[in-house]
Each structure stands twice: as C-alpha cells, then as structure tokens.
Design a protein around this ligand. Structure first.
Ligand code: ATP
Ligand code: MN
Length: 477
C-alpha cells in the first residue's frame, strides 16, 4: 500500500509487529474506517475505531503520553492524537507523515470536540530536521514564499488553497446557475493586437520547422484574454463565460501583476446599457464570496475585522461614476499624485485607490473612458467634445482595478472604420463578419481571479494567492 521507497514503521504498545510484517498484516486486517480530519470533527464516529492519515503539525512527548496534532489539509484545525509514551520513536516528529489507528473519543478539553486515542501509529515518511518551517512558529507569507514546493504544508498557505479551490467552484456554480455556457477559449492564439507589448510568442525551440517558416505559419501567442473568442460564441449563446489561465509579459514586480494569472470572463448578448452589464458584474462578484465555507481558514489568513468590512461592503450598492467625474474628483483633491490626472490620461493604481477611498471604501464602477484609451472593440459613445467609449472598470479596496469591461461596438460601419484607422481591417475580417451576420448589442467583462482573492482575503501580494507564481525573472518549479 505504501510506496516501496518509504519506510513504514508500526509503533504500537499493544501488538509489536516485526517491520517486514507490516504490509502483510495490513492486508489481512479488517481496516477500520478511514476518516479525513474534518470528518472526525463531525462527531459521528465517536466511540468507533478509525484511522487517519496526515502530517504531524505539533508533537509533545510527555512522561505518560505523547500528544500530536495531525493535519490532512481538510481543515485548518488538526486532530489531536494521544498515545502512550511507549509508542514514541525517534522517527516521529514535526513534519513527518503518519497513519494513526485508534478510538475516536469526545475530548474533555474545550479546545477540540474530539481526540484520537492511538492504538497504533505508523510513520509513513519521516521528516528531515532541516525542514524550513519550525514547530509553533508563525512564518510570514514572504518567508514561506521562498519555498514554493513546501509552502502548502503551512497553515497559512493551506488555508489559501482551500479558499481558492472553493472560490473556483463558486465561480462555476454562479455562471451555471445563471444560464451561462462555459467555453474553453484557446490558450494559443493568433490574435496579435489586443495586448501589444505584453505578448508571449509561442514557437517550438530550435530549427525543427525552420524550413516551413514556423510551426503555425503565422506568429502565435499565449492568450492575453479570451474575449474575442467569447464574442464569437455570443453570436449563438447570449450568455457565455470562460475561466482559465491568461498570460501577460508584464515586466513588472508589482504586487498586483503576474505573468500568468487566471481570468474570469463573461460576454452577454442583447445588452443595451452599461447598467445591464454592471448588474451581472456585481452579482457575480458578490456571489463568489465564499469565505463562509472555511471561516477558520479565512480568519487565520486575513487581517482581523476584514470579514465585517467585506460583509458590509457587499450589502451596499456599488457607486457608478464616469471617468470625467473621476478626473474632477482627483483634480479637486489635495492629494499629490506621482502621475498626472488630466482628462485623457489613464488612471494609475494610486488614482484608483484614492477613488475607492473617496467613495467610502467600497467597490466603484468607473465608466465612459476616453475613446482614444480604449481598444477598437469598445463601443463609441459618439459624444463631443470629450469623446468617450462605453468602457467600465471595477475598482475595489486594497487592490485598485479588479475588473475591466465594455459594451462592444456592434455597428458594422463604425467598427470597420475604427479597424481601418488601425490598419487591422484584413486581420479582423472574421470579427467584422460577426457584425455582418446577426449582430446584437453586447458587452462583457474580465475579472482577475487573483486580484479578487487579494481583495476578499486582504492579501497584499498577488504572489501569495496563486500556487505557483510566474513573474519577470522568476519561473520556479
Ligand atoms: P492593469 O492596468 O492593472 O495592468 P489591465 O488594464 O491591463 O490591468 P485588463 O486588460 O482589463 O487589465 O484585464 C482584466 C483584468 O485582469 C484586470 O482587471 C485584472 O484584474 C486582471 N489582470 C490584468 N493583468 C494582470 C496581471 N498581469 N496579473 C494579474 N491580473 C491581471
Ligand atoms: Mn496591464
């Protein structure tokens, strides 16, 4: 049952078994019910013989008894195991992997509902003493980040991973419950203009295809957004979404940028106004708040009182201001900004954070950005003298821009002339086709999943909310 390379030892006060006999014995014995630690806490098996498998998170040998806490990732809380001192063994200690069999009992202590009275303990994998995490120490997120391959063994990062997994499931269930079709948009794409300057080009190494020019015969890139592919699908399905890895060659060490991140993108047909869009957007954002699933993990990971702030924030409606109003607010403020705040300039993080504070530290939609700042697909508002497009960003506390979207230009003539101005009419002839064959008003948004986690968890650095962060000059593992 255990891999041959691991050494399995049976530590038992009652039935010492020779080491070579361990495996044989395990097969002929009637195995007690295997429980996950979170299941043991449910109390249902109290009084029964059970077995659990996990890693030792604390270890206290005392004169009469050994006390260990065993964690298997199913909850922040570990299961307390009590064993007679005679079961001690040099291999047993902080960080090692064990299987414990014994009787699950109600605990006399208020700290835990149940505890496991061990009859047998196997050390499945011992832990070398140079394990970088120390018993009882609470290591900082920066410290554990140095050990990407080991940090899931800490309480902090395992809490994050539980919540991230739950949030992923919540994204899918929100969209499923609201009539959206999931589309697997491609990772490799030949769309080359949207993320100009932030693209990773894809080509096999060496000269294998040199004679044929290149593998795909055209330059191809890792996707910076699935939007255009979603727009294709929105020609037959009024509600579509995608949720997958997205790539940007950002030469940035910022706390909110990664080279590979996950994006939730939705596209909605028959959308006539920005309000139609922000309604879905807000409800998607709110529905995805899943911290109630693992309240202890959440409280462990996040700053005190964030949950109250968050609950409060979600009950309120999110203010909507125009870009022009935002610029007025910034210009009128007494704050000194590093970057200019004139009409026509893009909003920088410092501006976004200021606007969020100004609006009462709740999420804010900023609409109608200067037409010239937005890509060809953003719908032209045809206003003057300040020419704007129907693009919207959602700014949130602690992070700034969480999400960006727009109404898309559905009018063939306007789109054609815009593409023409950019010299892209031929490249995007297929996109023009979407407007030629049953075009409808539509719009959508893209929401950075890691920034969303940063916002709800109050985690300062984006590298601490993704299992394996990739950023410039770093691609470990
Ligand atoms: P920013 O101005 O913050 O770089 P952006 O304008 O490039 O963002 P969009 O192209 O609108 O962002 O992408 C949609 C969403 O994807 C953003 O709102 C953000 O949440 C997320 N996002 C964009 N770039 C990154 C990145 N490098 N790392 C993590 N998330 C990102
Ligand atoms: Mn960017």
């Amino acid at each position: 049952m255990f891999p041959a390379v691991t050494r399995a030892f049976l530590l038992s006060s009652m039935t010492p078994v020779c080491r070579s006999g361990v495996t044989v014995r395990r097969y002929c014995m009637k195995n007690p019910t295997k429980l996950r630690v979170s299941e043991a806490f449910l109390d249902a098996q109290v009084g029964e013989k059970v077995r659990i498998q996990g890693w030792v998170r604390s270890f206290r040998p005392q004169k009469q008894n050994l006390f260990l806490h065993v964690n298997d990732g199913s909850s922040l809380k570990s299961l307390q195991v009590i064993a007679p001192a005679a079961m001690n063994d040099p291999l047993l200690g902080f960080g090692c992997a064990v299987e414990v069999r014994g009787i699950l009992k109600k605990s006399p202590h208020s700290k835990q509902p149940v505890e496991l009275e061990a009859e047998q303990i196997w050390v499945i994998g011992e832990c070398n003493p140079d394990f970088p995490f120390k018993i009882k120490e609470r290591h900082s997120l920066e410290y554990i980040r140095q050990f990407l391959h080991l940090r899931c063994r800490t309480n902090a990062f395992s809490s994050l991973l539980r919540i991230r997994s739950e949030a992923t499931a919540a994204v899918h269930s929100y969209f499923k419950n609201n009539g959206f079709l999931l589309v697997h948009t491609p990772t490799i794409t030949s769309n080359d203009c949207e993320g100009a300057g932030e693209l990773f080009q894809v080509e096999p190494p060496g000269t294998t295809f040199a004679n044929e020019g290149s593998f795909f015969s055209v330059p191809v890139y890792l996707t910076v957004s699935g939007q255009l592919h979603l727009e294709v699908m929105s020609g037959a399905f009024p509600r579509v979404y995608t949720f997958g890895p997205t790539f940007r060659a950002e030469n940035s060490q910022s706390r909110r940028h990664l080279a590979e991140f996950f994006m939730v993108e939705a596209e909605i047909s028959f959308t006539e106004s920005i309000e139609d869009l922000t309604k879905v957007w807000k409800s998607a954002f709110t529905a995805k708040i899943v911290i109630n699933c693992y309240p202890k993990s959440y409280i462990f990971l996040s700053p005190l009182h964030l949950k109250d702030t968050l609950d409060d924030m979600l009950r309120k409606s999110f203010p909507v201001i125009t870009y022009t109003e935002a610029i007025d607010i910034l210009k009128r403020s007494s704050e000194t900004f590093t970057f200019p705040t004139d009409w026509g300039c893009d909003l920088m993080t410092e501006h976004e954070k200021f606007l969020v504070k100004h609006c009462g530290n709740i999420p804010v939609f900023v609409t109608d950005y200067p037409h010239d700042l937005k890509p060809f697909y953003a719908r032209d508002n045809q206003d003057h003298p300040k020419h704007t497009a129907a693009a919207v960003d959602l700014l949130v506390p602690g992070v700034g821009e969480l999400s960006g979207g727009s109404l898309r230009e559905e009018r063939l003539d306007l789109l054609r002339s815009r593409l023409g101005e950019c010299g892209l009419e031929d490249t995007y002839s297929w996109y023009l086709d979407l407007r030629r064959f049953g075009s409808v008003p539509h719009g959508g948004f893209g929401l950075g999943f890691e920034r969303y986690l940063q916002c709800i968890l109050g985690v300062d650095n984006i590298k601490d909310v993704i299992p394996f962060p990739r950023f410039s000059h770093s691609c470990l593992l």
